[in-house]
Design a protein around this ligand. Structure first.
Ligand SMILES: *[C@@H]1O[C@H](CO)[C@@H](O)[C@H](O)[C@H]1NC(C)=O
Ligand SMILES: *[C@@H]1O[C@H](CO)[C@@H](O)[C@H](O)[C@H]1NC(C)=O
Ligand SMILES: *[C@@H]1O[C@H](CO)[C@@H](O)[C@H](O)[C@H]1NC(C)=O
Ligand SMILES: *[C@@H]1O[C@H](CO)[C@@H](O)[C@H](O)[C@H]1NC(C)=O
Ligand SMILES: *[C@@H]1O[C@H](CO)[C@@H](O)[C@H](O)[C@H]1NC(C)=O
Ligand SMILES: *[C@@H]1O[C@H](CO)[C@@H](O)[C@H](O)[C@H]1NC(C)=O
Length: 560
């Protein structure tokens, strides 16, 4: 029985055994969302081995395929890598005022009593994008042991408690090719840094310690991590938003390679490359002002809309990277027009010599934002992650923004893991579309004739309350810990049989990015303490979906 109608009746429908939540067919391949299988969290004030807050970790995840095991008692063990982005961002004017009033110095602890009132909070939020302040956070990846015990009998009337548990293992911090730590600080408006054997890389020049205190200053490679792919030799790839680049790190976190994308994706200002995302440093921004002119680069990836999606094929030989939404010369400056996103394919058969192979266009889904004026709808659901299934079919996590725990609106209307298929899409690689000001669409977001984009198929809706409520969580409603976070940004797959998935049954893990929002935050090896100006504490939430993939799918090759 096809249950989409039932499932959309939030909180009323209870899917019983044998039924499914939804099914979809994409180019004759059938996918089934069977049920929500789990929920778990890492507390928003958990800290890593360096004393820093474990936050933002849902920017990307990777499940180590060699460690995933089904235990005889029905539980599963695994190792999950989780990638935070560029660290905590001071988002509010008032926070800066508060710090100045107190005389900002190391070890100052900002407490709840300085939290803005809800009405102030609203005002501060409306100050928008220019209130950000980036910090000299060293980008990193965390590893966790996970213990997962499916609870198929959970119902809305009798929900399961959390059934996914995380035990912190270790953290790898990222270093540039010469061993200098990388940074979450925004890139400089002009210039780059060079290393032998690498393309020119973005650079962030900072003063003091980069947190607002005394120090020698310096230059570091800025990375706002968003995508993660593991390889069998222990090295791993990370895609970022500043360049946007793809970096390769050895198991110790040392950068051993970098991929610079086609020029059409590189941000340009005044006719030269300009990697700044217009996210001023915390110590210089004082909560106001741009740090680069013009704030919006006319061509290339939009600010903070870089390589959100990174995937590898099952044989490990091909990387795919997808922009969060359209580049600026092709509609990227508006939520209504940023629909056509570039997907770039690299052959990494020789990992030290990646080869640009092909390029395609993915049409992002549209949704109606009930809080927006009719003239502002429909909006494009930007994407936050991709995962390769097989034969050119991918999962893609596309969603709305501004709705969820800690946001002014609690009801999200679009939060999906959908599917796209590139088998009939046009390969746009080449001089026609790849030059600095070349475009695949008009700046109003109309795709050029002659380009066939990927096929897009709707699939898993995160927001089905009849499933969420089985694990005591929900979309919409009260602003409390059981409300889903705004930002879901990661996809990991593991087989239900604990082996290779011959029965095509898989668990899909997704973690949310909590933006490091806590009232008990630590950075700079525990020396920089903060309380987010929103007043909220957000957990790092995780969901597990049980699905059936098309027959004989092999998202990854593995000997049984
Ligand atoms: C079910 O999938 C269809 C596409 O096959 C989609 O249009 C619909 O929104 C989905 N419904 C739910 C509740 O996920
Ligand atoms: C996919 O599902 C449809 C509808 O249930 C069915 O008719 C079709 O045979 C299925 N296709 C495959 C390849 O399983
Ligand atoms: C299964 O065994 C593991 C390992 O001993 C244990 O941690 C887990 O709690 C057990 N699961 C159940 C459902 O008892
Ligand atoms: C679920 O319920 C069925 C029927 O009551 C029972 O046989 C089964 O053991 C239960 N499964 C779990 C994991 O509790
Ligand atoms: C671009 O040119 C303007 C006008 O000369 C200048 O103010 C601005 O700083 C330049 N921006 C960059 C990134 O070079
Ligand atoms: C692209 O930039 C080049 C160099 O600045 C310029 O000559 C050319 O006219 C531009 N092309 C378009 C389509 O804007």
């Amino acid at each position: 029985m096809f249950l989409s109608r039932l499932a959309t009746v939030a909180g009323l429908a209870c899917v019983t055994a044998g039924q499914v939540v939804n099914q979809t067919s994409c180019n004759d391949k059938n996918y089934t969302y069977q049920e929500l299988a789990g929920y778990g969290l890492i507390s928003g004030n958990a800290r890593d081995e360096y004393g820093d807050t474990i936050g933002g970790i849902g920017s990307a995840i990777a499940l180590d395929r060699s460690q995933w095991k089904k235990l005889s008692n029905g539980s599963y063990n695994g190792v999950l890598w989780a990638l935070p982005d560029r660290g905590w961002i001071a988002r509010f004017h008032l926070l800066w005022d508060m710090i100045r009033r107190q005389g900002f110095k190391k070890s100052t602890h900002f407490t709840d009593r300085h939290t803005p009132s809800p009405s102030n909070r609203k005002l501060i939020r409306s100050n928008g994008r220019n209130t950000e302040g980036t910090l000299n956070f060293q980008p990193r990846v965390h590893k966790f042991d996970i213990l997962f015990t499916p609870q198929p009998n959970a119902t809305v009337a009798s929900p399961s408690g959390n059934n996914l548990f995380f035990t912190y293992k270790e953290t790898i911090r990222f270093l540039g090719p010469d061993g200098t730590p990388c940074t979450g600080l925004d890139a400089d408006g002009t210039g780059h840094i060079s290393f032998p054997g690498f393309p020119d890389l973005p650079v962030a020049t900072y003063q003091g310690d980069g947190f607002g205190n005394d120090g020698p200053g310096g230059k570091r490679i800025p990375i706002d991590s968003e995508g993660l792919v593991l390889t069998p030799d222990g090295s791993f790839w990370v895609s970022d938003e500043y360049g946007p680049y793809i970096y390769r790190f050895n198991p110790a976190g040392l950068m051993i390679g970098a991929i610079r994308p086609p020029d059409a994706i590189i941000p340009m200002r005044n006719g030269t490359e300009s990697f700044s995302a217009d996210s001023p440093t915390f110590y210089a921004s004082k909560g106001a002002g741009d740090d680069v002119t013009p704030a919006d680069n006319p061509t290339g990836r939009d600010n903070n809309h870089g390589f959100e999606g990174l995937a590898v094929t099952g044989d490990g030989n091909t990387l795919y990277v997808l922009l969060q939404a359209a580049a600026n010369q092709e509609g990227g400056l508006n939520k209504q027009t940023e629909r056509y996103a570039r997907l770039v394919k690299y052959d990494i058969t020789i990992p030290s010599a990646p080869r640009y192979a092909r390029e395609f266009v993915v049409p992002l889904p549209l949704y109606n934002d009930p809080t927006a004026k009719a003239s502002k709808n429909p909006k494009v659901a930007a994407q936050s992650e991709i995962f390769h299934i097989q034969d050119g079919q991918f999962f893609i996590l596309a969603r709305d923004s501004g709705a969820g725990h800690g946001q002014s609106v609690s009801l999200s209307v679009y939060r999906h893991i959908d599917i796209f298929d590139i088998s009939t899409a046009t390969d746009i690689k080449g001089t026609t579309y790849d030059c600095a000001n070349c475009s695949i669409a008009s700046d109003a977001g109309v795709l050029k004739t002659g380009i066939t984009p990927a096929t897009y198929c709707s699939f898993i809706d995160f927001n089905v309350n009849s499933q969420l409520n089985r694990f005591g969580v929900q979309n919409g409603g009260a602003q409390d810990a059981s409300l889903l976070n705004e930002k879901w940004e990661s996809i990991g797959l593991v087989p239900v049989d604990g082996l290779v998935g011959d029965d095509d049954e898989w668990f899909v893990f997704s973690l949310s990015d909590n933006d490091f929002i806590t009232q008990d935050g630590y950075l700079e090896s525990g020396e920089f303490r903060y309380a987010d100006g929103s007043g909220f504490n957000l957990d790092n939430q995780a969901l597990v979906f049980k699905i059936h993939l098309p027959d004989h799918s092999r998202p990854f090759d593995r000997d049984p």
